[in-house]
Structure formats: structure tokens, C-alpha cells
Design a protein. Structure first.
Length: 172
């Protein structure tokens, strides 16, 4: 995936243009589908409310961080988790068709779709970062070419680049 001369996301008069090529949009579209699957499975009645899927840990951090508040945290998850999942799924619905790589033209997103895109892209990045155990000290240059997860680290870096460009576009 070559870096473009244009930023991956830029503000236009009508909204935001996604300047990614078809393969890159397809990759993000597939990752958003995988996030949808994780969220849907997590919302299934048989999932244990007090013990969420570890891959989603950063999407749904604890509301209470003290060991003494574990019961309060479990109650918060019981009351809020499905609402939070429903909100994330609604955001995915809002942008899924716009990012489908069926048209070679760069898709345009409205302000509302852009907010959903930011949330969804960050969600994918958080899940991948959790799986890779990425911390704030993460540096792609520290990952050796012989690391079995080097591709996943590069994917994380790519998603970070697109997210950064998206935030800059919204702020402009």
C-alpha cells in the first residue's frame, strides 16, 4: 500500500473525501465487518456480562478501576454494554456502504458519517492494539522483519495514519 500524495482523508466543501485506493478501502471495509462480528457476538445473550471478550477490552474499559468496586463495574456493564454495542453497530451501519470498494471514485462522507468513521476506525485500531499488546511506547521501527506479527504491526500503523489524517480533516 503506497502512501498517497493527498492525505488519506480531507475536508471538502460538501464533507470529507476518503482518498484511499480501492484495495485500502476494501481492507478497512473488511476490518469493519470483523469488528461488527466481534460486537455482535459480544452482545449475544450467552456472552458473560461480567467477563467481556478480551479483544474488546479497550473498547469498553472499566467504569470503576478499584478492586473494591468490582461489583459496581459488573453492574455498569450489565446496564450499559448492550447500549454501547448498539451505538457502535449503528455507526458501522452508517458508513459501511460508503466505504464499500465498488466505485473507484473517492467516497465522500457527511459530517455525521465522518464521526461514525472515526469511531469505527478507532475501534478496529483499539482491538488490533489489544491483540498486539501495543502500549503508548509503540514504535513500528522496533518491530523486526522476522517478527511473526510484523504484518499486523504495519496494519496497526496504517490504521493510525488514516485515523490521524481523519482527525486532522475534522479539525481543519
Amino acid at each position: 500500500m503506497a502512501r498517497l500524495t493527498k492525505p488519506p482523508v480531507q475536508r471538502t466543501r460538501r464533507g470529507f473525501r476518503i482518498n484511499l485506493d480501492i484495495e485500502e478501502r476494501d481492507l478497512i471495509h473488511r476490518l469493519l465487518g470483523e469488528l461488527r462480528t466481534l460486537l455482535t457476538e459480544s452482545a449475544a445473550p450467552e456472552s458473560r456480562v461480567g467477563e467481556p471478550d478480551d479483544r474488546l477490552r479497550r473498547l469498553f474499559p472499566s467504569a470503576y478501576n478499584q478492586p473494591a468496586d468490582r461489583e459496581l463495574d459488573i453492574e455498569f456493564r450489565r446496564l450499559m454494554r448492550n447500549e454501547l454495542i448498539t451505538s457502535r453497530l449503528a455507526g458501522l451501519d452508517l458508513i459501511s456502504d460508503s466505504l464499500a470498494p465498488t466505485d473507484p471514485a473517492a467516497p465522500e462522507l457527511t459530517e455525521t458519517q465522518m464521526v461514525a468513521f472515526l469511531q469505527a476506525l478507532n475501534g478496529v485500531r483499539l482491538v488490533l492494539g489489544t491483540m498486539l499488546d501495543v502500549s503508548e511506547e509503540h514504535d513500528i521501527d522496533d518491530v523486526g522483519a522476522d517478527d511473526p506479527l510484523v504484518g499486523e504491526y504495519h496494519l496497526y500503523d496504517f490504521l493510525s495514519w488514516v485515523l490521524d489524517s481523519s482527525v486532522r480533516a475534522v479539525q481543519s
